[in-house]
Design a protein around this ligand. Sequence first.
Ligand SMILES: *Cc1c(COP(=O)(O)O)cnc(C)c1O
Length: 220
Amino acid sequence: MSDIQHNLERIRTEIPEEVTLVAVSKTKPVEELMQAYNAGQRVFGENKIQEMTEKWEQMPKDIQWHMIGHVQTNKVKYMAEFVDLIHAVDSLKLLKEIDKQAKKHDRIISCLIQIKIAEEDSKFGLSDEDAIALLASEEVKSLTHIQIKGLMGMATFTNNEQQIKSEFGGIKRLFDQLQPEYPNLTTLSIGMSADHAIAIASGSTMVRIGSSIFGARNYH
Ligand SMILES: *Cc1c(COP(=O)(O)O)cnc(C)c1O
């Protein structure tokens, strides 16, 4: 058994069955993704549209491709035919473009709203207030080719577990607050290699794990 298959088996024992494991394969070659595929993995996450598209072309068609990175509006068209879930939506403009491109392919594309939960300035995402306003806007409700399925967040990169807990706790509270009004919100995408245990304890339904499966990356 390869390291990748071994890592996958170990991680599967660490996460509950009802939590979706997104194997984050950015920067890794198709041969390594295929090792995960052959071990049964069918959900892969990438953060660059071009790289994801090239892998989609080369790999089996029963894979669900998740775009987990920041999305530039002008690149949505390249993934609209096949992307399964876009994690990091943070503007009306982007939602409208996803809707427009999905329509061309006669699809409904699932999206998550990225919430800014980390202290660092560099992280993308909306404030709670802006996310609430976006969901409530008539313009968003009128878009027929997108479905907003939940929220996504990235905690601060820190060893301070209390801080990570508090950041995940914040997005979980927002998720619980929104759910009664928006029953389609069923996905809470929080947790990466270093913090997935805290994320799962905080109510994650989807973890995005890269380096613990595929090993360290040389570049981002
Ligand atoms: C790279 C990346 C991950 C996975 O990170 P690891 O620490 O390698 O598990 C998860 N989410 C996003 C948004 C990423 O860009």
